[in-house]
Design a binder for this molecule. Sequence first.
Ligand SMILES: [Zn+2]
Length: 378
Amino acid sequence: METNKPVKSNSRKAFKYRQTECLNCGQSLDLSDRYCSYCSQLNTSKQLSVRDFISEFVGSILVYDSRLRYTVKDLLFKPGTITFNYVGGKRLKYANPFRFFLSVSIIYFLLQGLITTFSSGKSPFLNLNNNGNPVSLDSLQNKNLTFPNGNGSLDTLVISGNTFKINSDTIAETPKKTEKVFEYISETDLDTLDWSNRLVERFSMYRDFYKLHDIKNADVALDSLKHRNTSFNRWVYNKNSAFDRIADDPFGFLNYMMGKTPFFLFFFAPFFAFFFWLIYSKSKYTYMEHMIFIFHIFSFLFLAFLICLIPDTFLNDGVFSGIVFALIGPFYFYKALRNFYKQNRLITIIKFVFLNIVFWISSTFAALVFFAISAAAY
Ligand SMILES: [Zn+2]
């Protein structure tokens, strides 16, 4: 095909620049070879001119661009067929399914996070500027300040003009001033409990202490409580500020959780693929090929959500995403099963229902575990 095109005499593809050995990999070549048969580099000894360099650069972008275009087009309009083609050997035509899925979903959540941040005017992170004015230390008392890294970066707190120095005396005195009695539990007392009670008691005591004294710094708090300054204790204590951050800005927390979804799906897919492998055991596809099918489905969903993001933002509700989720998604999934596994309608419908049940039950369970872990790390 390519060899039939006429070549200009000064082109890098011109015959006079051909060699019998590839400059890139050393594969021996014929003078009729326009490209190396091993590494596919252009067979030319011509020195690079500005024009050559630019056209090579643009060419590489266009190749990537055409892959992307094919992938998006076939993913949207040829459910299942894209997987059928890819698995059947048309690899270079399409983007890598795993990379494509991760890119699309991450772009989706980044964009969604940006839109949420700007449309609600709420930043998931603390705005320390306080509208250009420095934060007055008195305001610390009334305002629940949150720290993006989860660690209070204040070593000494100055509240109402007094340096808040923490020592055992203040602990002994302060509870008398408040109505709620602070029940102090020493490390030795905690050691007598079994591990689950110990954790609960430790956390609830730290929570009370935190509410009472408003000390964000775990080192300071543990020191005044005379508890061991271990990384675990600091972690437990720092959950206090995470609690406040969630209460302060639930949207920020939701965004944080949603942002984890691509990774969740990425690790969930191998498990889900197992069920495909099970109910399509008679098909010729390998476990890996079922997985590619799943990644194509996930990619479609995120691509569709990405497209819906702009109109949904303007209408200020999720009507388009809702339609994708409730109607287009299931229909697409059914069509994809039909086109990829090529079974008749009835069998496909039965498998469709089974896979949906499996998906919802197992993903709910896996999501609970996954999000509990994410929340612990928040
Ligand atoms: Zn080569």
